[in-house]
Design a protein around this ligand. Structure first.
Ligand code: S3P
Length: 451
């Protein structure tokens, strides 16, 4: 089942209503939740997960792991996973349908690409348009055959070799998904699989694999280049009590909503503060945002904290290209914050935004255009010139192109623009943040169906 085929599009609009107030908890981190199903499903024995994000993307990964032999059940607030044991995935019956999920599909391709069986991957229109060569190229080096009607796009079938070759692979773009896919492929290859990562991306795979008992060694040289060595065919063991921290990429929408809406005072509990994920908070603070980091603590081996956010006078800044990996999913909502900043915000190094759930650079630029925000779009950059009180802004209808983050970003914008902002389809929000609309309402924001 793919989300975009289940029901008709659901247009939704946001309207300015006044200050946002209150305390909320965002749901579990999407990246970590996918990996909890993948690694729990692979590891021998039982893994019990609390705080899992029950978004459509993550549930698709859980279904895929079930199709390959893992037992996965919900038990009250927790998910209980009985894994198959490393090297023991079963050939899936039927196709593996990942819906809208790039992370689920790409990491699973890595996981099964070195198995001597065939697995067919399908997805929705958005996922079927996204480049998969970045994962398929290293898999081919390991011996995987790829059958696809349209080169390196879904739907496609993988057939792994009898014995996979461990490789040394330098990731050509800043991508945690590619790094992860190669490491996961290495789990079923003899010897050591090495990934060289010139620019550090989110490190959940390395951290979590270690927690599940894999032998992983990470070296970082003076230039920041990371070399990750994974010893293949080792034992993975279930983690009895795995806690998923709150998703900073979901928190981002509520943080920006509070910053741009006059009078707001919002506390967001339990946000992951892993430094590979906090680029937006750093950038917003440079813009003058009042974001207090409260009660920093460690939960499930990760740093987490509560964020208290007050409405703030923002000013435009230059965001360095090197920061992109630590805030790659946050540029759409940063563009929205920038629409309320005094002056111009310049964002660079955005080439990866072109291949997300939509071409996010084009989708953001079109959304800004539709709502009267001054901006310029380049091949890999965006500038936005703000209007601090939101006067004259809004009134547009934004095309979301099956992209949850485009939908949420522009709904946030409409909470503070003079005129309402509508999005053509709010269905995809359920892929990553099903609670979004309810939490906005809890804080006092107004979202309304559009007739
Ligand atoms: C993710 C990595 C990022 C990010 C995505 C989740 C992950 O993608 O955009 O939402 O969980 O590894 P890339 O690796 O393609 O940059």
């Amino acid at each position: 089942m793919t989300a975009d085929h289940e029901s008709p599009p659901r247009p939704l609009a946001a309207r300015r209503t006044g200050a946002l107030q209150g305390t909320v908890t965002v749901p579990g981190d999407k990246s970590i939740s996918h990996r909890a199903f993948l690694f729990g499903g692979l590891a021998a024995g039982r893994t019990r997960v609390t705080g899992l994000l029950e978004g459509e993307d993550v549930l698709a990964t859980g279904r895929a792991m079930r199709q390959m032999g893992a037992r996965i059940e919900r038990d009250g607030e927790a998910w209980v996973i009985d894994g198959v044991g490393n090297g023991c995935l079963l050939e899936p019956e039927g196709v593996l349908d990942f819906g809208n999920a790039g992370t689920g599909s790409r990491l699973t391709m890595g996981l099964v690409g070195t198995y001597n069986f065939s697995a067919t991957f399908v997805g929705d229109a958005s996922l079927s348009g996204r480049p998969m060569g970045r994962v398929l190229d290293p898999l081919r080096e390991m011996g995987t055959q790829v059958l696809a009607r349209s080169r390196d796009r879904l739907p496609l079938t993988l057939q792994g070799p009898p014995v996979a070759a461990p490789i040394r692979y330098r990731v050509p773009m800043a991508s945690a998904q590619v790094k992860s896919a190669v490491l996961l492929a290495g789990l079923n290859a003899p010897g050591i699989t090495t990934v060289v990562e010139p620019v550090m991306t989110r490190d959940h795979t390395e951290r979590m694999l270690e927690g599940f008992g894999a032998r992983v060694e990470v070296d970082t040289d003076a230039a920041g280049v990371r070399t990750i060595r994974l010893h293949g065919q080792g034992e993975l063991r279930g983690v009895p009590d795995f806690v998923v921290p709150g998703d900073p990429s979901s928190a981002a929408f509520l943080v920006v909503a509070a910053l741009i809406t006059p009078g707001s005072d919002v506390t967001i509990r339990n946000a992951l503060m892993n430094p590979t994920r906090t680029g937006l908070i750093q950038t917003l603070r440079e813009m003058g945002a009042a974001i207090e980091i409260l009660d920093p603590r460690v939960s499930g081996g990760e740093e987490v904290a509560d964020l208290r956010v007050h409405h703030s006078a923002l000013r435009g800044v230059d965001v360095p290209a090197g920061r992109a990996p630590s805030m790659i999913d946050e540029y759409p909502v940063l563009a929205v914050a920038s629409a309320f900043a005094d002056g111009t915000t310049r964002m660079n190094g955005l080439e990866e935004l072109r291949v997300k759930e939509s071409d996010r650079l084009a989708a953001v630029a079109a959304g800004l255009e539709a709502n009267g925000v001054r901006h310029q779009e380049g091949p890999d950059w965006l500038t936005v010139t703000g209007r601090p009180d939101g006067s004259g802004l809004g009134g547009g209808r934004v095309l979301t192109h099956l992209d949850h983050r485009i939908a949420m970003s522009f709904l946030v914008m409409g909470l503070a623009t003079e005129k309402p902002v509508a999005v053509d389809d709010a269905r995809m929000i359920a892929t990553s943040f099903p609670e979004f609309e309810g939490l906005v309402a809890t804080l006092g924001g107004t979202l309304e169906p559009v007739g």
